[in-house]
Write a protein that binds this ligand. Sequence first.
Ligand SMILES: CC(C)(COP(=O)(O)OP(=O)(O)OC[C@H]1O[C@@H](n2cnc3c(N)ncnc32)[C@H](O)[C@@H]1OP(=O)(O)O)[C@@H](O)C(=O)NCCC(=O)NCCS
Length: 187
Amino acid sequence: MYPISRHSQRLHLRELRPEDAEGVFAIYGDARATEHLSFDPRTRDDVEAIVARSVASAMVDPRQEYALAVTEASDGRLIGFGRLALDPHQPRAATFGFALRPDTWGHGYGTETVRLLLACAFEDLTLHRVWGARSPHNTASARTMDRAGLSEEGYIREHILRGGRWRDSVTHSILDHEYMALPPARP
Ligand SMILES: CC(C)(COP(=O)(O)OP(=O)(O)OC[C@H]1O[C@@H](n2cnc3c(N)ncnc32)[C@H](O)[C@@H]1OP(=O)(O)O)[C@@H](O)C(=O)NCCC(=O)NCCS
């Protein structure tokens, strides 16, 4: 499906564009934003390449990857990055990820972003299952997924290799019928 465009009260989830590299670098290049992610802070060149790959992946048919920009609805500024990747080994399932620029944390944007990604997954793409993996130390991510209606489901042992050390992940998921039964979003 192309293009994805979904609005919430304050945010817009849209297709990534080549000119978004600077905004994405403010997240992927930041040590705080990447502290619990699977990779060290990216360089500007890394981010340019990631954005270019992501933009190209939107044109693959059938589309497997949805790399999306999260922008402020009021002024269009990019504040985050969200991703849904269809699971090739499971019918109608995807993994997802999300990250926001640190100066926007603590105002409910994380929850709003996850809800937009779930709306895209279940309403646009009619998926059955969406799941994400977080670091066991990533309390903000755990709380955000909980608040958006996902359930913690278990551990993947030694899932991530970062800085030469293995790290476990905790997985969270939500199914289509659980999404449909969620109460209307609280502000
Ligand atoms: C995870 C992230 C998106 C949360 O964004 P946010 O806008 O601050 O989230 P919200 O304001 O919607 O808060 C959602 C919940 O998380 C809690 N929370 C947010 N930051 C927290 C922190 N540092 N420690 C503990 N809880 C935190 C909030 O209190 C809220 O929970 P509550 O409803 O019980 O009060 C943001 O911290 C981020 O981008 N982190 C870096 C990337 C990342 O870790 N992504 C997830 C990968 S799995």
